[in-house]
Design a protein. Structure first.
Length: 255
């Protein structure tokens, strides 16, 4: 096993899980969104857990769909390698016909840092990964920056931040789709506060960092993974040249 193998595995597993979710969407249809969401979460989780158990039997796994007991397993905290996965990021969007802003996350945390990761965007037909990190887009010259926010529950402080820095808000579904939008040039930043977990951001942050983007907590402190409490409630991902203004604006709003 080489370091490259981990990048390849993350990309392959995220992409294959995404293909399986597309097939499930086509098979079940959208008549019962709750059933589709449940089946998608379960099927993708079981696929990823089985694939990782076979491919990396010595590694620990933290999955959104794991039981509470599995998440609190002390062996995870003692492990040197932990895969952090979100089998279906954006279940609401997955179960809405025509929506493409949902994702599959597969990341590897190793000895204190994210070392590999992939975000599959199956309905968009692409996978972003640390195997071949995206080329970081340039800021739009003279244009107003765009900030990705939740389409259903955008934090009120982000509206105030957008006014302060002269930005426009762009509603997008899942966290993975929002961070990916920063890397593909659809927006320049993603700001969130109010509740997330490690699996919501580990894979897209791994890709963002590999691509040269800024990624931190909204107070500028590092994002830390494989913690005893997997809550990671706030995040800022942006083009690096925009990060100082956003961090300054956030500090001003929280004084």
């Amino acid at each position: 096993m080489t370091i490259r193998d981990d990048h390849v595995l993350a990309a392959d597993l995220a992409a294959e899980a995404g293909e399986r979710l597309l097939a499930l969407r086509a098979e079940l249809g959208f008549g019962d969104p709750a059933a589709l969401r449940k089946e998608g979460d379960t099927a993708s989780h079981l696929f990823l857990m089985d694939a990782l158990a076979r491919s990396r039997p010595g590694d620990a796994v933290l999955s959104e769909e794991a039981t509470r007991e599995e998440r609190l397993d002390p062996r995870r905290l003692a492990a040197e390698r932990v895969w952090i996965v979100d089998p279906l990021d954006g279940t609401r969007e997955f179960a809405e016909e025509g929506r493409a802003d949902w994702a599959v996350h597969v990341a590897l945390w190793e000895r204190g840092a994210l070392t590999a990761g992939a975000v599959a965007l199956p309905a968009q037909g692409r996978t972003l990964s640390t195997l071949e990190p995206p080329v970081r887009p340039a800021s739009a010259a003279g244009g107003r920056p765009r900030i990705a926010v939740s389409r259903t529950r955008p934090p009120e402080f982000v509206r105030a931040l957008a006014e302060r820095v002269g930005a426009d808000l762009v509603p997008i579904g899942s966290a993975g789709a929002k961070i990916s939008a920063v890397l593909t040039g659809e927006v320049e930043a993603y700001v969130h506060a109010g509740g997330q977990y490690e699996w919501d951001s580990a894979a897209p942050v791994a890709v963002a960092l590999a691509a040269g983007a800024h990624a931190s907590r909204i107070d500028g402190s590092p994002l830390r993974y494989n913690q005893g409490d997997p809550s990671l409630p706030d995040i800022l991902v942006s083009l690096p040249e925009l990060a100082p203004a956003l961090l300054d604006g956030i500090r001003d709003l929280h004084r």
